[in-house]
Design a protein around this ligand. Structure first.
Ligand code: ATP
Ligand code: PCG
Ligand code: PCG
Length: 905
């Protein structure tokens, strides 16, 4: 698991609490100049100023470079006051629309994501069950508001690619009008089916979910007696520099008068928090007074800064003489350059706090020889614990104590010195200022970078800034799966450094096939955001020195980026590109351009007409016309939308193509390729039954169509001879996708739908079904084609269901069904969906390899070179002789429906 830190976002959040009104003052030009000079002064002073040796050494440590970096980067950018104010205004505008809660969580989706991740994250999840208990009692309205407004969301964010979800609730049942045909399409559950109610999240889980964010920051009180107004940089003593004076150690500041001990700190305070009725703990009263301080500051940060400056000067005068004012407070601008700037600058760093080592019994290292001990001491190590539970040991230049500042909450962990160590403390105000500045700088850097990325170069500046504002930078090491195929995804990535490899798992072999390399400026992750959340490929970090990505959440992606054409189609596979071209061809065709020739069929919601476009008699199309009022009455809106989506994207020669959709007040229309060979059902009716090889050909066409759909996780759910149309060559195509559905990987669906004779037992029993239900219906189709009647046939649907539930073994197979055919049918119609052929390890290829298909020329079928067993007579593109005659609709036109549910159709 990766843990990442995004200080920039946190800053934004905390500053919004702490009075952004005075932000401008911090950025007066002379301040910037002073900052720059301060930086130079500090660097210049390194080798020569013994009095500030610690400060100097610190400036080269990572902790202090964090500060210095901010200053020099700022001066490098030479932002004018105007620029900064602009940025600041944008940040503020953004804040206006967000609640403080959102800001602290960075944004709702991140918060949600984070809450869920926390349940899996040892870092913060230890107390899931105790959240309620350890939360301090709410006192009065203001306090309660504060608590709520300070959600405990931290900014150590885990890998966003793996996100646990809860199952979606089952869809509603819906009724479809009876088809005119023998095998009626049904979407009504049998009355004896046990209806499964949508899965509920247990109340405890829900509670955990809603509270989990609090756990990280809620109410732990720090053992440290240092102020919550400080963030501490744990300093690693530098070996090359003059060693810190051993004796006497610098006098620790009053606040930290003795080494920290676990027993007297976290445990005690924890007890106080857990027993709020006994007495208000000191930590809580501190918390309260701090809250009111915070709100005061919120109103007048400028005033506070002035006070701070006075206080600071006073403090500096009182402080130990061996630390120069310039070094200790980082000086007012006057100290550094003698020009006497009018804008006060917060202290950069207060004097070093030296903490004594707490001996740990049993620590071999510390018990060993003096030399080793000295080394250990030089490490400057601290131990992080919570509720007396050890969490980690930190050494080197680490930042501690930022959480209480960023989230305006009590200390979330206890830090104990386990060796002698020097810590550099930064006051709240200063820390926030630095963080805000680094945030602004980062924003400018990100927008610059985005501008250099070709797909973003035409975006408006304010859009780029909006994007930069919400970007999170993440880093990966070689071999890391940044995105895993099939996982749920909520984020979009732009590579800012390094290279990634794109691979796709092969359906048959499960091997990962290399697709392409992506590098700096390339993007990925848009497909899951455009589709159904699932990642369609693997993205693996390739560069030896890692990959950095700028990550954008779904919300921002949808608002600002998703419409870019380049993003929509950059990684379209060949089929999708071809499909897009086809759809493009029909872009300019309107309903009024179509001329009705004859009726091809009548479906549940209306008629299917053969049409031609005005001016082109070389082609014909099928126009399916559906009554909106009837769709609404039978609550089939979702199914119709899904039909449009799936058929509109499919590019498979065994699936009827949908070219364009139209709508008016009364009808929805689908313009499709016409299949003038008629329905397979009509041919079957006329012939009675098919022989083995004819059945094999049609079954093989369906296997191909299923292969295409299932590899895209689409379940068809309405297989029957009526929905198989022959084209003029005699190849069969699947039509009517009213019940097709795109499933999430590994998920089931519960809608009761299909045609009674063809539904699988798990659909009847409402146990949830998936693509394996299609394999069941494939077995039924084989049986019907070979015999003329489906195996499970009752005088009414309920009887049919009862027969289905008795299983395939209770069915007598007529003699004309060969042994291989009956073997395949039985393997497809297994009661247990997991045992069905096609659904097992080898996938659909297991069906293709079955003995019944021995010698079948699959390649010829796929390339349409195989001669079909029946060649329909189709004399012209308007020949409808293969279809029955249909009288005019006796019902007349339906009522208008302008409710708008179909706006995306
Ligand atoms: N592309 C096409 N080419 C030729 N005929 C078609 C085409 N599409 C549909 N038909 C004819 O229209 C009939 C009804 O179409 P379709 O099955 O799509 O409607 P439906 O409302 O979904 O029907 P059902 O009630 O059976 O689910 C088909 O059985 C077929 O005869
Ligand atoms: N809560 C928590 N804090 C940690 C951990 N490791 C280091 N810390 C630091 O410990 C600090 C205690 O004070 P803060 O809550 O202000 O900020 C905290 C973090 O900076 C950890 O695992 N959990
Ligand atoms: N499916 C697919 N995705 C690709 C390809 N090349 C790059 N990708 C990216 O890989 C990403 C994996 O996650 P998504 O499916 O969200 O979005 C995908 C695309 O952004 C490709 O050829 N096919």
């Amino acid at each position: 698991m990766k843990i990442k830190h995004y200080p920039g976002k946190a800053v934004d959040a905390s500053l919004s609490l702490e009075g952004s009104s005075a932000m401008g003052a911090l950025y007066e030009e002379n301040w910037l100049r002073a900052a720059n000079q301060a930086n130079q002064a500090i660097q210049a002073s390194q080798p020569t100023r013994p009095t500030s040796s610690k400060l100097i050494r610190q400036s080269s440590s990572a902790g202090s470079s964090f500060l210095i970096e901010g200053i020099s980067a700022l001066s490098k950018y030479q932002m004018t006051l105007e620029n900064i104010r602009q940025l600041e205004q944008q940040s503020r505008d953004k804040r206006i629309v967000s609640t403080i809660k959102e800001l602290n969580g960075y944004r709702p989706s991140a918060l949600q994501h984070h809450q869920q991740q926390q349940m899996h994250n040892g870092w913060v999840a230890e107390d899931q069950d105790e959240i309620e208990e350890i939360r301090p009692p709410v006192e009065g309205k203001e306090k309660s508001a504060n608590l709520q407004e300070s959600p405990a969301v931290n900014h150590y964010v885990l890998d966003p690619t793996e996100r646990p979800r809860f199952p979606r609730p089952r869809q509603q049942f819906s009724v479809k009008p009876p088809s005119l045909r023998r095998s009626q399409t049904m979407s009504q559950p049998p009355s004896f089916a046990t209806l499964r109610s949508p899965q509920k999240i247990s109340s405890k889980t829900q509670q955990n979910l809603s509270n989990s964010s609090s756990s990280a920051y809620s109410t732990f009180s720090s053992a440290a007696e240092d102020s919550q107004d400080q963030v501490v940089i744990c300093q690693q003593p530098q070996r090359l520099m003059a060693p810190p004076p051993r004796e006497p150690p610098p006098e620790p500041p009053k606040r930290v008068s003795k080494p920290l001990s676990r027993s007297q700190t976290s445990v005690q305070r924890y007890a106080t928090i857990r027993m709020p009725n006994q007495s208000m703990s000191s930590s809580r009263s501190i918390g309260r007074s701090r809250d009111s301080n915070a709100s005061l500051r919120r109103h007048s940060l400028e005033q506070a800064i002035k006070e701070l400056k006075l206080e600071e000067e006073k403090e500096v005068r009182q402080k130990s003489p061996h630390i120069s004012p310039a070094a200790s407070s980082n000086g007012s601008s006057k100290d550094l350059n003698g020009e006497g700037f009018c804008i006060p600058r917060p202290r950069l760093i207060v004097p070093v706090h030296t903490y004594a080592r707490r001996r740990r019994t049993g620590n071999l290292k510390e018990q060993s020889s003096g030399g080793q001990e000295e080394d250990a001491e030089k490490d400057g190590r601290v131990e992080v614990s919570r509720e007396g539970k050890y969490l980690s040991t930190l050494s080197g230049a680490k930042v501690l104590g930022e959480l209480a500042i960023l989230y305006n909450c009590q200390r979330t962990a206890t830090i104990t010195a386990i060796t002698e160590c020097n810590l550099w403390a930064i006051e709240r105000q200063c820390f926030q200022t630095i963080m805000m500045r680094t945030g602004l700088i980062r924003q400018a850097e990100y927008s610059d970078f985005l501008k250099s990325v070709p797909i973003f170069k035409d975006l408006a500046d304010d859009t780029l800034i909006k994007i930069s504002d919400v970007l999170e930078e993440t880093h990966y090491q070689r071999g890391d799966y940044i995105v895993r195929q099939g996982a749920r995804g909520d984020t979009f990535f732009i590579i800012s450094k390094g290279k990634v490899r794109v691979t796709i798992k092969q359906q048959d072999t499960q091997e990962e096939k290399f697709i392409r390399m992506l590098g700096k400026g390339d993007f990925f992750g848009e497909k899951a955001l455009q589709g159904d959340d699932l990642r369609t490929a693997n993205i693996i970090c390739e560069s030896a020195d890692g990959v950095s990505c700028l990550v954008i959440d779904r919300e921002t992606f949808n608002q600002l980026i998703s419409n870019l054409d380049e993003i929509k189609h950059r990684y379209d596979d060949e089929g999708a590109m071809e499909r897009r071209k086809i759809n493009e061809e029909f872009r300019d065709i309107n309903l009024t351009d179509l001329r009705v020739i004859a009726t091809l069929g009548v479906g549940g919601f209306g008629r299917v007409e053969l049409v031609q476009t005005n001016g082109d008699s070389s082609r014909s199309f099928a126009l399916k016309q559906m009554k909106k009022s009837q769709i609404v009455e039978t609550r089939q809106q979702q199914h119709i939308m899904s039909e449009k989506e799936i058929m509109g994207e499919a590019n498979c020669q065994f699936i009827v193509k949908l070219f364009k959709t139209f709508k008016d007040k009364k009808y929805l229309y689908m313009l499709m390729e016409s299949c003038l060979g008629g329905e397979l059902w009509t041919i079957l009716r006329d012939k009675g039954n098919f022989d083995d090889s004819t059945t094999r050909f049609y079954t093989a066409c369906v296997v191909e169509a299923f292969d295409y759909l299932h590899s895209r996780n689409i379940i068809y759910r309405d297989l029957k001879p009526e929905n198989l149309l022959l084209n003029e060559r005699g190849y069969v195509k699947l039509v009517d996708f009213g019940f097709a559905k795109k499933l999430q990987t590994g998920r089931k669906t519960w809608t009761f739908c299909g045609t009674p004779e063809y539904v699988a037992p798990e659909v009847i029993l409402n146990r949830g079904h998936d693509i394996s239900a299609d394999y069941w219906s494939l077995g039924v189709l084989m049986f019907e084609l070979l015999t003329g009647t489906p195996p499970f046939t009752g005088s009414d649907p309920m009887r049919t269901y009862n027969i289905i539930l008795k299983g395939i073994d209770a069915i007598e197979f007529p003699r004309n069904i060969t042994r291989n055919a009956s073997n395949l049918i039985k393997k497809l119609c297994r009661d247990n969906p997991a045992e069905r052929l096609g659904y097992q390890r080898g996938g659909i290829s297991e069906i293709q390899k079955h003995k019944w298909f021995d010698g079948f020329y699959w390649w010829g079928l796929q390339n349409c070179t195989l001669e079909p067993p029946i060649k329909p007579a189709v004399k012209s593109v308007v020949d409808t002789t293969n279809f029955d005659d249909y009288p005019a609709d006796p019902e007349g036109p339906p009522p208008d429906d302008v409710t708008g549910w179909d706006k995306d159709f």
